[in-house]
Design a protein around this ligand. Structure first.
Ligand SMILES: [Zn+2]
Length: 326
């Protein structure tokens, strides 16, 4: 159900949307930028539903014909462009937007277009869209969802209001999970892996696969010190096949070293997040403080390199030599 109460955090963005709607100052084009699963789709769809609602200005009424048809996916004035392809071409923009903008809304005040993964638009597609958002009909509202607003042409950026979605604080996610009925220890643990994303936290909390995946990686962390070079390269090769999850893998390493460092310093499991792997944490906490900190630093660096699209194997080699340093 799309209503603002269902969105966690991002109050400033939601309030700007509501205010604009109340004051009749809604802009023709917005960009919602943020990492994977940070709520871009939920926020933008709720805003679209509000714009189209026949009764309310602050929150969709959930009762009018527009709200009802929106919820069932049949609102005639709402367009969600979700191309499965890696790039959004000029034909996608023409067929989904330009053709639909020639006619007035079917029933409601606006026609709202949300473009998912809009950062994947080709330059030609962006130019085609630009022509439309430079001189849009009164009723047209565009919301571009993106993971990297730097891939937009400056001319597109200058026409849109840009909102950046920030990762949520661990406490916010923890509370959200506890409200969903998840045990408080587990909520802390899932929140630590979620990187500030409710979507990721939920995926993890309800996934059996994640538990096995995590165990597999923790086994690697535990035996890391005893590996010879060939075994080390085997692990790098294994991770290459799991490349799309590398951020999760490195987060598991990070959390194990973080917890070991905490245990070493406090000699207690009170503020250790992963209370379910006490033996592993005790063993690893035998390393020196300096060694643990060096490992954490190397992991953080590797994450940055990967984010900047550095060569995967070189980054992993660098990381593993650092992790194996005594
Ligand atoms: Zn309504």
């Amino acid at each position: 159900m799309y209503k603002f109460e269902n969105i966690v955090g991002n109050d400033n963005i939601i309030n700007s949307f509501i205010k604009a709607n109340e004051n009749n100052t809604v802009s023709h084009a917005y960009i919602l930028d943020g990492k994977e699963k940070t709520g871009k789709e939920l926020i933008s769809k709720t805003f679209a539903k509000l714009l189209l609602c026949e009764n309310n200005y602050k929150n969709p009424c959930l009762k009018c014909s527009s709200c009802i048809s929106f919820e069932s996916g049949n609102n005639p004035d709402f367009f969600f462009i979700d191309s499965e392809k890696k790039s959004l071409g000029i034909a996608d923009i023409r067929d989904n937007i330009i053709k639909n903008i020639e006619t007035k809304p079917f029933k409601y005040k606006y026609k709202v277009f949300i473009i998912k993964d809009a950062h994947n638009m080709t330059i030609q597609a962006q130019n085609a869209l630009l022509k439309t958002i430079e001189d849009p009909p009164k009723f047209a509202i565009f919301i571009l969802l993106s993971k990297n607003y730097n891939s937009f042409l400056p001319t597109i950026l200058s026409r849109c209001i840009l909102f950046k979605i920030k990762p949520l604080l661990p406490n916010t996610i923890e509370k959200f999970l506890i409200d969903k009925g998840i045990d408080s220890n587990m909520a802390k643990f899932y929140s630590a892996y979620s990187r500030g994303s409710i979507g990721v936290a939920l995926d993890i909390a309800y996934s059996e696969k994640f538990i096995n995946f995590r165990q597999n990686i923790i086994n690697d962390v535990e035996k890391l010190d005893s590996l010879d070079l060939i075994q080390m390269y085997n692990i790098i090769n294994k991770y290459e096949t799991m490349k799309q999850n590398i951020n999760n893998i490195l987060d598991i390493y990070l959390l194990v070293y973080r917890d070991s460092l905490i245990f070493k310093q406090t000699n207690s499991f009170d503020i250790v997040i992963q209370k379910d792997i006490q033996n592993c944490i005790k063993t690893i906490s035998n390393m020196s403080v300096k060694n643990l900190i060096n490992k954490i630093e190397a992991l953080l660096k590797a994450k940055i390199y990967l984010e900047q699209n550095s060569n995967f194997n070189m980054t992993m080699e660098y990381l593993f030599f650092k992790l194996k340093e005594k």
